[in-house]
Design a protein around this ligand. Sequence first.
Ligand code: 6PG
Length: 235
Amino acid sequence: MEIKTFKNPEATAKAFADYLSEIQQEVNRLNIALSGGSTPKLLFEILVHKYSDKIEWPKFHFYWGDERCVPPTSGESNYGMTHEYLFQHLDISEENIHRVFGECDPDEEAVRYGKLISENLPPINGLPQFDLIILGLGEDGHTASIFPHQMELITSKKVCEVAEHPTSGQKRITLTGSVINNAKEVCFLVTGQAKAEKVREILNLTGDCEHYPASYIKPTHGELSWFLDKAASGK
Ligand code: 6PG
């Protein structure tokens, strides 16, 4: 596991963009799962403004680690956010964008999206293997849409599961911990003081870390890194 700390959210997003630009040079295809929420917005802006011609976008096949069960036009949609901050500014073929149909029946969509991933990604250890999964961290220690009240989603052998937001009750589609830990590489991209306590507990295996889904993200055969700003690293 590697922990990389940067002075502020901009420097953290820039460093991650650099890293993405680097790793894509070494491959012909990159199956990547994006995180949702607000943290990726800055990364996407930097990719558009500084890397649009430095990255070979046709190599990328975009998936999501989780999605809210809302239409793509909703302000809550992770796909919608990615379209607004990244895709609409770049020439990325629709064939390379594999969004979760948040507008569909959650149970059916979890099966459909899991099947799509299994059909398109190489099977390793009986599960599809992503090249790179970007994860965020919630203030309650959740990651993707695996929340503390649904820890069973960490060990689920399915590819995707339906999850539920603990306070809003909003349905979510999420990759399971098994698929996340089957990835070649997992990168947490986490910024802001609000995350510092959970980051400290998870990285030091202290406090209530055993109740935080993010504590169980340990790729079986892959790499794990944390891209943190100073505020989130608590330094
Ligand atoms: C989502 C996410 C979720 C997110 C964390 C952090 O759909 O909400 O994928 O796991 O990464 O909640 O969210 P922020 O980046 O907004 O703090």
